[in-house]
Design a protein around this ligand. Structure first.
Ligand SMILES: Cc1ncc(COP(=O)(O)O)c(C=O)c1O
Length: 361
C-alpha cells in the first residue's frame, strides 16, 4: 500500500501546503536562485580548508554553542559600533528568520510582509503555526511611507518582514519607510538585507537604525555576495535582549564546528570574497539595458537579479530557455520572469538565448 501525506496525522494547518521548491536542474547556465555564480577564489578556498582541517581535529567535541569568535567577526564586518552581543547566526538566514519567528510569532500570532516578496516568508510563518498576512505594493512594486503605515495600522501584525532590496522584484526600500513602519508597529520589525551588498555603495543600511530600536533586527546572509550559499551561513544584528530571545528557541550547538571554521576563514578574506560584487552589478545593469532593448520591461533592481515583465507566456519562455541550457525563475507573477546576474559569459548565454526566442509580443 502506498501511503500519501494525506494518510498521516499531519498538523491541520500544514495540510495542503507545498514545500519550497525552486527546480535544481543540472543545466550549464543556472541563474534561478540568485546565487553568486563566481566560484570562491582558490586562495580563499585553501584558507578555508586549513581552518576546517584544524576544527576537524576537535570534532569529537560539541562546538562553541555561543560561536563567540564568529559573532565577533560578524560584528567587525558590519561595523556601526556593533558588538558580539548584538549578533546572531544560523545555517543560512532562513534559519535565522525561523529563530525570530519561533520566538516572536507562533500560534495565534500574525506575520506581515508587502507582497510579492520572498517566497519563504509565508512558509516560515506557517511552520511556526502563525498566520501570514500579505500586504500590497504599487504596480511598480514600490511602497510609500503613507501606504506602508496605513497597512501596518490596519493589520497590526506581531512580526513584520521587510525585504530590502526586495526579492523577487529587486525594489529598494527607503530608510524612511522602515522608520515609519517601526513607529507604527507594536511588534517585531525584521529588515532582510540578503542583497544589501549589491545596492549602490552610498545607500545606507538599516543597521544605521538599530540604536534605540529594540524591536528591530537586520538580517544578512553569506549566500549571495559572499559566494557561500553551499556553506549555509546567515546572521543578524539586533539589541542584545533580542538575541537572548533567539537563544530560547535555537537547538543547542546548531552551528557546527566546521561551519563556524569555514565562515570565520571566509570572513577573514571578505575583500576577496566580495571582489565580484562590482562585476555582478555590471552584469545586472547590462541585463536591464538589454532586456529594455529587446522590448521587455525590467524593474528597477538593487540586487543581483532582475525581474522583467512583458513576457507573453512565462511558462513557454522559461521552457524555451531551459531547452537552450539556461535556467531562470518563473516566480508566479503574471507576464514576468526573474533572472540572476551571472558571470559575463553566463549573462551573455542568457541574453543570446532570450533574443533567439524572439521579441515579446
Ligand atoms: C530575501 C532573501 N532572504 C533570505 C534568503 C535565504 O538565504 P540563505 O538561507 O541562503 O541565507 C534568500 C535566498 O534566496 C532571500 O532571497
Amino acid at each position: 500500500m502506498t501511503v500519501s501525506l494525506d494518510d498521516l496525522p499531519l498538523r491541520d494547518d500544514l495540510r495542503g501546503l507545498r514545500p519550497y521548491g525552486a527546480p535544481q536542474a543540472p543545466l550549464p547556465v543556472a541563474l534561478n536562485v540568485n546565487e553568486n555564480t563566481h566560484p570562491v577564489p582558490e586562495q580563499v578556498a585553501s584558507d578555508i580548508l586549513d581552518e576546517v582541517a584544524v576544527a576537524l581535529r576537535d570534532v569529537n567535541r560539541y562546538p562553541d554553542r555561543e560561536f563567540t569568535e564568529l559573532r565577533t567577526a560578524f560584528a567587525e564586518y558590519l561595523g556601526h559600533d556593533l558588538q558580539a552581543a548584538n549578533i546572531w547566526a544560523g545555517n543560512g538566514s532562513n534559519e535565522v528568520l525561523q529563530h525570530i519567528l519561533q520566538a516572536f510569532a507562533g500560534p495565534g500570532r500574525t506575520v506581515f510582509g508587502f507582497a510579492p516578496t520572498y517566497s519563504m516568508y509565508p512558509l516560515l510563518a506557517q511552520g511556526t503555526g502563525a498566520t501570514w498576512i500579505a500586504g500590497t505594493r504599487h504596480p511598480d512594486y514600490e511602497i510609500t511611507v503613507e501606504e506602508a503605515v496605513a497597512q501596518v495600522r490596519q493589520h497590526d501584525p506581531d512580526v513584520i518582514l521587510l525585504c530590502a532590496p526586495n526579492n523577487p522584484t529587486g525594489t529598494p526600500l527607503p530608510l524612511e519607510v522602515i522608520e515609519a513602519v517601526y513607529d507604527a508597529a507594536r511588534g517585531i520589525v525584521i529588515v532582510d538585507e540578503a542583497y544589501q551588498e549589491f545596492a549602490p555603495k552610498d545607500s545606507p543600511s538599516a543597521l544605521t537604525l538599530l540604536d534605540g530600536r529594540p524591536r528591530l533586527a537586520v538580517s544578512r546572509t553569506m549566500s549571495k555576495a559572499f559566494a557561500f550559499a553551499g556553506a549555509r551561513v546567515g546572521y543578524l544584528a539586533a539589541d542584545p535582549a533580542f538575541i537572548d530571545a533567539l537563544r530560547l528557541v535555537r537547538l543547542p550547538y546548531h552551528l557546527s564546528a566546521l561551519t563556524q571554521a569555514a565562515a570565520l576563514a571566509a570572513l577573514r578574506n571578505a575583500p576577496m570574497m566580495l571582489a565580484m560584487v562590482d562585476e555582478i552589478v555590471a552584469q545586472r545593469d547590462r541585463i536591464t539595458a538589454t532586456l529594455e532593448a529587446l522590448g521587455y520591461t525590467p524593474h528597477r533592481s538593487w540586487s543581483n537579479f532582475v525581474l522583467f515583465g512583458g513576457v507573453a507566456d512565462p511558462a513557454a519562455t522559461w521552457r524555451a530557455l531551459y531547452d537552450k541550457g539556461v535556467l531562470i525563475r518563473d516566480v508566479g507573477i503574471p507576464n514576468h520572469l526573474r533572472v540572476t546576474a551571472g558571470t559575463e559569459a553566463e549573462t551573455t548565454a542568457f541574453l543570446d538565448a532570450l533574443a533567439s526566442i524572439g521579441s515579446p509580443s
